[in-house]
Each structure stands twice: as structure tokens, then as C-alpha cells.
Design a protein around this ligand. Structure first.
Ligand SMILES: [Zn+2]
Length: 99
């Protein structure tokens, strides 16, 4: 088991999970419901985490998450924001979509 991604935005984590599963990589989401169930925890404890079941797939998983999606597809910025395919720049941190 190796953690390859985490975010406070569970929608993004689920998107990353879908990307990896589409590539045939088995993944798990941990802490998924913690943020709503345990509001007293410090924020770092409430992130949803994406774990690769087989560590042999971890490097490939990280590469998939870093690789830009197909044109027009949703993409994930390096800051963790998920953006629609029509956007070429992250509204949150200003980074441009990697070509
Ligand atoms: Zn960003």
C-alpha cells in the first residue's frame, strides 16, 4: 500500500481514483468520511487519501496523475484543484495546464 494522492476535496480524490482504475490499477480511498464525522481533527487528518494497493504500481499511478488528461477532459492541477477541460489555467493558483 502506498499513498499517491490526497486532497481535502473528495471529488478530486474520486476523480483520481477513476483515472487509476481506468488504467487497471487497484486503489483505495482512506479517510473518506472523516472530514464530516470528525470536525474536531486538525485539517491534515481530514484529507481523503488515495492509496495504491500494489506498491509496484505506485510509480505508474503517480505518473498517470501527473500526466495531462486528453484535450477537453477534466484535469487536476499540481495544487490539487480539479478543473474542467475547457480551462487552460487553474483559477486557484494560476498555474497553466501542462501541455
Ligand atoms: Zn492550481
Amino acid at each position: 500500500m502506498k499513498r499517491v494522492f490526497s486532497s481535502f476535496n473528495q471529488q478530486i480524490v474520486h476523480h483520481a481514483k477513476n483515472l487509476l482504475e481506468a488504467a487497471g490499477i487497484r486503489v483505495l480511498i482512506r479517510n473518506e468520511h472523516l472530514s464530516s464525522a470528525m470536525g474536531e481533527l486538525p485539517p491534515a487528518e481530514c484529507q481523503a487519501e488515495l492509496w495504491v494497493v500494489d506498491e509496484a504500481n505506485a510509480a505508474r499511478a503517480e505518473e498517470i496523475l501527473r500526466t495531462p488528461s486528453a484535450p477537453g477532459a477534466d484535469w487536476i492541477c499540481s495544487c490539487g484543484e480539479m478543473l474542467g477541460g475547457q480551462f487552460t489555467q487553474c483559477w486557484r493558483c494560476g498555474a497553466y495546464r501542462r501541455a
